[in-house]
Design a binder for this molecule. Sequence first.
Ligand code: DC
Length: 231
Amino acid sequence: MKKKLIIAIDGYSSCGKSTFARAIARELGYIYIDSGAMYRAVTLYAMRRGFISGEKLNPEGIINELNEIHIEFIYNPDLDEYETYLNSGNVESEIRGIEVSGYVSAISKIPEVRTRMVELQRQIGVYKGIVMDGRDIGTVVFPDAELKIFMTASVDVRAKRRYDELMGKGVVVDFAEIRRNIITRDITDENRDISPLRRADDAIVLDNTRMTVKEQMDWILRIIETKLNGS
Ligand code: DC
């Protein structure tokens, strides 16, 4: 049987991690897991339950209900994509909105939330053959992953990509606000106490500021080929 890998893709927000991870999974017939969607789903849950309002956050409320938050990725054949479900409801577009984006860093700083998400992510990874993207996949979730990529790109390119993505989905947004949101999230992600965003020592850096998706794919598939046929 062909060897199966765990591929960990970490990096800054809006670097195209999910597009890249999804394309790799499709190419290899692997499962793709968007770990950021899990933190986003918890954030939406907290908003709906009133655990976040304005600047106020009630972490205890969220922690007490962690076992009631059920997150699934269900295949949508019309889109040929997996969509995020929260307690049986499709929340795929809601979790991408600016409101969830504004609060998600604060939620992902809560240690109990991280512990629970990491546990779920490891359960999904048990059979290998997965590509998972996030911030701490190569450092915390799967420190033994066979392949780790750390993605980065300039702030302007990332803001433009997120802007195009949201506008393309019919969500009207302000470019300057998107750009500010990205910068703020970088700072929070890199400076939080638990599992801050950082490159694993054995991760390969991919700066895709000036690369097309095709160029990135050609690059990674050569590396994967070596991993699969090598040691
Ligand atoms: O990848 P994304 O932008 O959808 O992630 C949303 C937020 O979740 C981001 O601010 C950081 C957080 N996150 C995290 O802390 N750990 C992960 N493994 C994935 C995302």
